[in-house]
Design a binder for this molecule. Structure first.
Ligand SMILES: NC(=O)c1ccc[n+]([C@@H]2O[C@H](COP(=O)([O-])OP(=O)(O)OC[C@H]3O[C@@H](n4cnc5c(N)ncnc54)[C@H](OP(=O)(O)O)[C@@H]3O)[C@@H](O)[C@H]2O)c1
Length: 191
């Protein structure tokens, strides 16, 4: 190899390492990776790739909190939606390298997803069970709607370890006109 080629190759390697360092430090410095979920008392999240309940107030709150932000989800959750959610950067995680999703960016692990949300200081992790499980380690905040009932399900929210998370707010909602009629908005911050 000529010395010019060797120098070009060394420069390329340095550039690649610098890019990688930038990505990693971005993930470490991201202020508020926020998990947002609605889970039953038994941590039920969904069944047959669908939600188990319909709580209009909670959907409005979800829209209010996530609008303008990046929303990161697993491929199954994306496929459970009618289409990409508007006014949000939809980011879908799949192992399948040829997967495409209309109206969304596709990537292949959670770290890549956070890096794709680099212009957002509060990217939201919106599910489902597999992605919540993986996000518990890196998330800074959880916005959890706790539905005060048990449901039969095939997908569950991970246990929240109170040695690692502090509950910083709790708002109880009772609405006798709706089913489920009782739920609470809980916010947890990583200790
Ligand atoms: N209650 C709530 O707040 C809430 C919120 C969201 C979703 N849900 C419910 O949750 C259920 C879906 O959750 P789920 O756990 O079955 O699926 P999911 O987490 O939405 O998606 C799983 C898929 O994500 C991809 N994936 C996961 N980990 C990966 C990794 N490390 N690297 C690359 N790709 C990865 C895989 O896609 P590929 O198979 O393409 O590789 C995997 O099959 C539905 O019932 C939905 O309605 C409930």
């Amino acid at each position: 190899m000529s010395s010019k080629n060797a120098i070009d190759e060394a420069n390329e390697k340095l550039l690649f390492e610098a890019e990688n360092d930038k990505k990693l430090s971005y993930i470490e410095n991201t202020k508020e990776v926020t998990i947002i979920a609605a889970a039953a008392e038994n941590n039920a999240l969904g069944k047959d790739n669908r939600l188990i309940w319909h709580i209009p107030e909670d959907l409005k709150r979800f829209k209010r909190l996530t609008s303008g932000h990046a929303i990161i989800m697993g491929r199954k959750t994306f496929e459970s939606l009618p289409k990409a959610l508007p006014n949000r950067h939809n980011i879908v995680i799949s192992k399948n390298k040829s997967y495409t999703a209309e109206g969304a960016s596709v990537c292949h692990n959670l770290e890549e997803a956070i890096a794709l949300a680099e212009n957002d200081n509060q990217p939201f992790i919106i599910g489902g069970g597999q992605i919540y499980e993986q996000a518990m380690e890196i998330a800074h905040k959880i916005e959890l709607t706790r539905v005060h009932k048990d449901y039969e399900a095939d997908t569950f929210f991970p246990l929240i370890d109170l040695n690692k998370w502090s509950k910083v707010s709790e708002e109880s909602i009772e609405n006798s006109n709706n089913e489920p009629s009782h739920f609470s908005y809980l916010t947890f911050i990583k200790k």
